[in-house]
Design a protein around this ligand. Sequence first.
Ligand code: 5AD
Ligand code: SF4
Length: 484
Amino acid sequence: MRKYASKNDGKELALQEEAMKKASAYVADLARKLDRQPLCCVTTFGCQMNARDSEKLLGILSRIGYAPTDKEEEADFVVYNTCTVRDHANQRVYGRLGFLNSIKRRKPHLKIALCGCMMQEETVIEKIKKSYRFVDLIFGTHNLFKFAELLVTMFENQEMIIDIWQETDQIVETLPVSRKYAYKSGINIMFGCNNFCSYCIVPYVRGRERSRDPREILQEIERLVTDGVVEVMLLGQNVNSYGRNLDEPITFAQLLREVEQIEGLKRIRFMTSHPKDLSDELIDVMKHSGKICRHLHLPVQAGSDRILQAMNRHYTKKEYLSLVEKIKAAMPDIAITTDIIVGFPGETLADVEETIDVVRQVQYDNAFTFLYSRRTGTPAAAMEEQVPAETAREGFDRLLKVVQETAKERAALLQGKVMEALVEEVNEQDASLMTGRLSNNMLVHFPASQELIGQFVDVSLDTCHGFYYTGHVVEPCSLKEAVQ
Ligand code: 5AD
Ligand code: SF4
């Protein structure tokens, strides 16, 4: 058995530090030419893992002298951290590349880099080489930790730099990171996926499952807490199988027990749970925890046994429903959310009715519904009986209606309750309101001062607006602390 600890961290870190020094000189040179600090923009497509990777990219770009901006048209360096789970995300990248090209014509010093899951696909690289010659740097998911070195190569060469690895056993997690939020952070606990759900491209672009050493995860969280973080999100494609491939195997539930002990940490979340690997031990740890949030994202994908089997999900509708029952019996106040695909090869409207039945029985607090997207190289892409777009759309619309109804019913149950919220940010639509997040992941908006960002308040949930609440603060955290 291989141990995937970051034993090369020290050596690799020194290499990257050296590269960052070199890259800084190029950025300083650019700053002199522009007579201002160069700006960088990292745009993230896709999931929480990508969002975390983008924080790493920004950490390095900040270290070498770029200042961050959200506006691509202002930037001197644009990075697209791409996703390829569904074709829609790929098309968005191509569309936006066209726009970047028009900017680069006016601003020839603009550098453009592409990375992330989409870059692990050969056909994508071929297309970019042929039709998007103006891209400066392309790298993949396995060599993100080499970003600083790749930047140096990019600055020292005129032609397009392409560096894609097929796999890696290295885990380097000690490079600079620019966190988007001061008070909460994602943490990678594992990489890759071994499940090979038949529709999913992730195992091909993110590689085999590798778990991080628990000691390093705990140290990273401790450092984050010292730095002001009160909420962490443990990230992995299938966190429930965490630790199985370590030299000293440990379960995800055991890891959570350890994380719980970290003083100063207030909330723990995790994502994503595969139903087939969710253990009784995990339910027990969640039930007795004062820090693990009352929210579980438990993708069901489909409700028909025939489709679940063709998807290679390793559970039946009945098994999924009894798992949910067990979870709800242990934690009646838990919010359950899910992912659902409609239009998988061979799926009929009668199959979709099975999915709708699951939604009705589980009463999800929220469900992300997706139209099946055919991903080249996956087993499902080669299946006969691809579903016509109109049938898939019809099933999708039927499902969405029920998802929205049940989510509304669930939300309405909280009316009038007082619950603890972590104050996250100023409301995007109304600057007089702050947005807070409840343990069950629901958002609530209420009048409060910006100074409360990153703090906990008790909020009365006054008015339900379907998927969120407006309310008022009952007891600010300073009072709470005083009372305790
Ligand atoms: N088509 C549509 N949705 C997909 N997902 C993964 N692969 C596909 C695909 N080929 C969805 C699944 C998964 C979520 C992250 O994306 O529901 O849980
Ligand atoms: Fe894809 Fe299935 Fe792995 Fe999730 S568990 S990343 S859906 S293969």
